[in-house]
Design a protein around this ligand. Structure first.
Ligand SMILES: O=P(O)(O)OC[C@H]1O[C@H](O)[C@H](O)[C@@H](O)[C@@H]1O
Length: 428
């Protein structure tokens, strides 16, 4: 992964090279802390060991029972869904991958009605094994398979923690089950049993994916000027401290659209604590140049824009045309056009003093995606260390989960009482 911070300097909010150099001492401390956490496989830090601890053979063995399915349905939410969706989209999986992460009844019904259930693998994923949306959706999927005369126990793979409802269910029905590795929070689990099975079913080379991640891990060092992941994490932290409370992530590749969604969870849940954090915004280049860019360039000076692209990509030629006005396009190519749009946007932000960072990988392939996902995770952990937040918890999310469980009658949760205290100013 390549990180170019040039356009993040001396813009507004103002971050200087000298400030980054001063911050580098703290990056060295952060690196020591991260290295210690990894060595002791502490909760959260263990995720940064996945390039070495993940077992691609076990994943391949677990999916080998499913013979060339037409579709894979991931039933999971948040970190139990976004990593898988990111991988299959980025790597152009050779299987139709669907994700059931929401419990909107219309959507669930329509999706299940459209799936070839007899030829679909259901991968149900929940680290805790208790997430209401996931468990409810799985019960609905099971019943739909029953009704379609499909033996769901033959079509289901489970990934979960050592206990919880999903583990009980897997044991009761003797379902094949993979363990979520210990110490790996959901949003850091893309390179584990959580997302690798669907990537394997889609024909991805898991070894190359992990090799890419390992290459990025090997670049971690005690200076942000030598470690791309830390360069990004530290620059984001420093810019946020100076007022860049928004981080707009703009991949210039359709196949990385979901990556931006994955990044949003990683950044928001990990760093949004103690009144710090950077709000992730999602956009897609070049499409959103024609919608959101106006705000990024000319709106409040509270933003960092992160531009992401591969250095090489397959191309499509643009046919010659005899229309004079289009002669600058004819004979060119779509990749050249997209590259020009990327550089024009970058320059336009810089000209307006909007800090922006360029992140590149060589190609959007297993290696590049492994580097990118690992790099962003390490960047996030570095930012968390610098900000002094608990990167690997999500107490604010848990609050809402308890309130919902209380409302649904799953126990006595004081948080549920807040629902009855809702204030109203209803305008009809
Ligand atoms: O994997 P699960 O335990 O079902 O959790 C799924 C998701 O739910 C929660 O709300 C957490 O905030 C997320 O970090 C997590 O990824």
């Amino acid at each position: 992964m390549y990180v170019d911070l040039g356009n993040a300097l001396d813009a507004e909010p103002r971050l200087t090279r000298e400030a980054l150099e001063r911050l580098d001492e703290r990056v060295a401390d952060a690196h020591d802390r991260i290295a210690r956490g990894r060595a002791d496989a502490e909760h959260g830090y263990a995720a940064l060991n996945l390039p070495d601890t993940a077992d691609p053979d076990a994943v391949r063995a677990a999916v080998s029972r499913f013979d060339d399915p037409a579709a894979v349905l991931t039933v999971g939410i948040g970190g139990s869904a976004l990593g898988a969706a990111t991988l299959t989209e980025a790597l152009d999986a050779d299987v139709d991958h669907y994700v059931l992460d929401n419990v909107d009844p219309d959507h669930v019904r329509a999706l299940l009605d459209s799936l070839p259930l007899a030829d679909t693998v259901v991968h149900v994923v929940s680290r805790s094994g208790t997430t209401a949306e996931t468990l409810a959706n799985f019960l609905v999927v099971r019943e739909a398979m029953d009704r379609a005369g499909v033996d769901w126990t033959e079509r289901t793979l489970v990934t979960t923690g050592t206990d919880g409802n999903l583990r009980t269910l897997a044991e009761r029905h003797d379902l094949p089950a993979l363990d979520v590795p210990a110490g790996v929070p959901g949003r850091f689990s893309a390179l584990s049993t959580v997302a690798l099975p669907v990537a394997a079913l889609g024909g991805a080379d898991l070894d190359e994916l992990l090799a890419g991640a390992r290459a990025e891990a090997d670049r971690l060092s005690g200076s942000l000027f030598d470690a791309p992941a830390y360069a990004y994490g530290a620059a984001c932290y420093a810019l946020e401290r100076r007022g860049a409370g928004v981080n707009a992530v703009v991949p210039y590749a359709e196949s990385l659209e979901c990556f931006a969604e994955w990044f949003a969870q990683l950044w928001a849940e990990s760093l949004g604590k103690d009144a710090v954090g950077q709000t992730p915004a999602r956009a897609l280049g070049a499409t959103d140049q024609h919608s959101q860019l106006q705000l990024y360039r000319a709106g409040p000076r509270d933003k960092l824009v992160t531009l992401v692209r591969p250095r090489e990509r397959p191309d499509v030629p643009i046919p010659e045309t005899d229309l004079d006005g289009l002669s600058y396009l004819g004979g060119g190519s779509l990749a050249t056009l997209l590259g020009a749009e990327f550089e024009a946007t970058e320059a336009s932000l810089a000209a307006a003093n909007c800090p922006n960072v360029r992140i590149e990988v060589d190609r959007i392939d297993e290696r590049g995606v492994g580097e990118l996902l690992y790099g962003m995770e390490a960047a996030c952990v570095c930012y968390g260390e610098l900000a002094g937040v608990e990167t690997f918890t999500q107490p604010a999310v848990e609050w809402g989960k308890r309130a919902a469980r209380g409302l649904l009658g799953d126990g006595d949760f004081p948080e549920a009482e807040a629902v009855g205290e809702k204030r109203r100013l209803l305008v009809e």
